[in-house]
Design a protein around this ligand. Structure first.
Ligand SMILES: Nc1ncnc2c1ncn2[C@@H]1O[C@H](COP(=O)(O)OP(=O)(O)OP(=O)(O)O)[C@@H](O)[C@H]1O
Ligand SMILES: [Mg+2]
Length: 363
């Protein structure tokens, strides 16, 4: 497949050597480009990404050492194999110090070339994986720090918020002037929204509810959409629930997860539609699917939806914590949550060990 093609750049002023390298690598696995000097190679590397560059040392314009230094500057992820005609250990060491991964000393056999290039490609792949892991680690460390900070702020806001809410409610009971009552009602709605966000932030940071008592699967599926019944009616959204598998029990926190998924589905259905909640049980797991026939999630968004604070909703309509909290809860139970989506709708699939089966036995 094209995606797995390994990209090689052969740099040599000798056309015969360039032709030779182009011949020996099968076209279904390698794409081999050539350059006749260091300058031309550097231009190519700046435009295109290569896995491995094989370079001669003595060339006009820019020599091999100059090219290796230039590669370090342009794209240090490219793995370089240098070809030397007068190989001494001293040359090889100084090449490696400059940044070459390996050195091929002329004359070399076909096998030597293949083994060296294979090693260089593996090195390049591993280095790429390493960088990716490093980036992920950095992101998750940042997220943990954001979570802690958010929880701290939310905690500090919670107490005064509670007081303000109580004063507004008390005043609302006593005030008779219509305009003042209207203003207080607006303030009350705003405070309720702030309260919701604070609660989400605290739940996110502490994964609140993940240890809730087991619930029957039937109860979870039946109750998940209850808070949204009137909103569903208002938006002409129909709901269907199906359970196959008797009276199994699941961790209580799954209710929060399914409820979040139903809420997201409802939010996605701007002008009517259908939501289905299907639950099935195999011997040790429950699988719950929440499907909607909404517009779907664009491919570029789908990789971000489980990240905390990722939301496409208007300001004040979503904190972007719903799905990341769902994922935290499900993973804490030893389960999985997956999504499939296209322009005909979205399906979230939650799979969790049954509550009365220990997680280890359920694997
Ligand atoms: N069923 C769905 N259909 C289309 N998009 C969805 C669906 N479920 C989630 N999304 C997308 O994923 C994003 C993240 O969802 P998530 O539940 O984490 O946050 P939110 O719903 O935006 O805010 P919150 O849940 O905190 O109120 C949503 O903003 C939306 O873009
Ligand atoms: Mg949500």
């Amino acid at each position: 497949m094209t995606a797995d093609l390994k990209h090689l750049l052969i740099v040599d002023d000798d056309a015969a050597i360039r032709g030779f390298f182009q011949e020996i690598f099968p076209k279904d696995h390698y794409r081999v480009d050539c350059a006749s000097n260091g300058e031309e190679a550097a231009r190519r590397i700046a435009r295109k990404s290569y896995d491995v560059v094989v370079t001669d040392l003595c060339m006009p314009k820019m020599d091999g050492i100059g090219l290796i230094q230039e590669i370090q500057r342009i794209d240090s992820t490219v793995t370089v194999v240098a070809i030397t005609g007068f190989g001494t250990i001293k040359d090889a060491v100084s090449l490696m110090k400059t940044g070459a991964f390996d050195v091929l000393t002329k004359p070399f056999s076909l096998d030597e070339i293949r083994v060296t290039i294979d090693k260089a490609i593996r090195h390049h792949d591993l280095a790429k994986e390493n960088r990716e892991l490093g980036r992920k680690l950095e992101t998750s460390e940042k997220l943990a720090a954001i979570g802690q900070l958010a929880a701290g702020v939310a905690h500090e806001i919670n107490n005064p918020l509670d007081g303000i809410m109580r004063f507004v409610n008390l005043t609302l009971e006593r005030v008779e002037d219509d305009e003042a009552r209207g203003n207080l009602a607006d303030a009350q709605a705003g405070l309720t929204r702030i309260g919701g966000i604070v609660k989400d932030l605290l739940s996110f940071a502490r994964c609140i509810g993940a240890d809730a008592e087991p619930e029957s699967l039937e109860g979870v599926v039946g109750d998940a959409a209850r808070p949204f019944e009137s909103a569903m009616r208002d938006k002409s959204v129909s709901l269907e629930t199906r359970i196959a598998g008797g009276d199994a029990a699941v961790p209580g926190a799954v209710l929060h997860v399914v409820s979040n998924l139903v809420k997201n589905a409802l939010d996605a259905l701007e002008s009517g539609g259908h939501i289905a909640v299907d639950a099935t049980v195999d011997h040790a797991h429950a699988t719950i699917e929440v499907t909607d026939d909404g517009p779907g999630i664009p491919a570029e968004a789908i990789e971000h939806i489980f990240e905390p604070f990722y939301t496409t909703k208007r300001l004040g309509h979503g904190t972007g914590l719903g799905l990341s909290l769902c994922q935290q809860i499900v993973e804490k139970q030893g389960g999985t949550i997956d999504v499939q989506s296209d322009e005909s709708g979205t399906r979230f699939t939650v799979r969790v060990p049954l509550a009365d089966v220990p997680a280890a036995a359920a694997v």
